[in-house]
Structure formats: C-alpha cells, structure tokens
Write a protein of this length. Structure first.
Length: 153
C-alpha cells in the first residue's frame, strides 16, 4: 500500500444543469491520455459516491501531489452560464463530509485541500491567494469545511 497523507477535493468543471455519468468522466480522462479516471472517488449530484480508481493506485488529479494523495471530485462546479460556482447539492455536501471523514480515519490523513490550494505561492508570502490560483477548482473554500468534515467543528 502506498503512503497517503492528503485528500485533494476537485470539481469536474461541468455545468450544474448537465449530468456527467461516471462512464463519461472516465472517458473524458482517457481522452486526455490518462489510464482511466484520475480521481479515486466521484460524488454525483444525488450524493452517490462512485469508486473510480482503486486507492492503491496513484491518482492523476493534481500534478506533483498525486503520489501521496486521494482525489475526490464532485459533479459540477460551473453554474448554468458556465461560470465557476459552488454548485454542490445538499446530498453532495453530506456525501463529501462522510467520505472525507471515513478516509481521514482509515488512512491517517494529515491535510485536506482544494485543488486550487495547491497552486504555487507566486509572491512567496506563505498564502495562495485567489489571484495566484491556477484553477478555481473546486469552486469553494475547502479550508472552511475541513473542521466539520473531520468532526472538529
């Protein structure tokens, strides 16, 4: 088993009003040259948690951070106009909380971050500010929800 210490949360950057099946997500990643879906878990709008890649396999979701992380993506991330937005349904919010809590316990996770939080700190001040984000994914501030997810709220 590989050493895992981080969970990286993503969105699929798809419109909230357009469904994206697990099969379609896998196909999207294969077209990008990946060997299947790069995320380990995928959370549908109805809260269904889909296993996409075995946790034992290194993910393909956050360049430079894949070796020691688990990738979780939720369906959506763009509003009906195609703009970045927190489009999570109540069911997705609940499923994400439960999944992170279980994975953190099972793997001794040390940190939970959004994909955008792994952007380079361009000005070297120790904080990755919005103007430094390479992507807006996952379109919400993960750090605000981590205490609840880990049962420390």
């Amino acid at each position: 088993m590989r050493e895992i210490d981080t969970i990286v949360v993503h969105c699929t950057a798809t419109r909230a009003d357009v469904p994206l099946s697990p099969h379609a997500l896998d196909a999207m990643h294969r077209r990008r040259g990946f060997d299947g879906c790069g995320y380990h878990y995928y959370i549908r709008r109805d809260g269904q948690i889909c296993s996409m890649r075995p946790v034992e396999r290194t993910g393909a979701h956050a360049r430079g951070f894949n070796a020691k992380s688990i990738g979780i993506a939720y369906e959506g991330g763009l509003d009906a106009g195609g703009r970045a937005a927190d489009t999570r349904t109540p069911q997705q919010r609940h499923a994400l909380c439960v999944l992170v809590r279980v994975l953190a316990k099972d793997y001794g996770i040390k940190r939970v971050v959004g994909h955008r939080d792994l952007s380079p700190d361009l000005d070297g001040d120790g904080t990755v500010e919005p103007h430094e984000w390479t992507k807006q994914c996952p379109c919400f501030d993960v750090s605000r929800e981590v205490p609840e997810w880990l049962g420390k709220a």
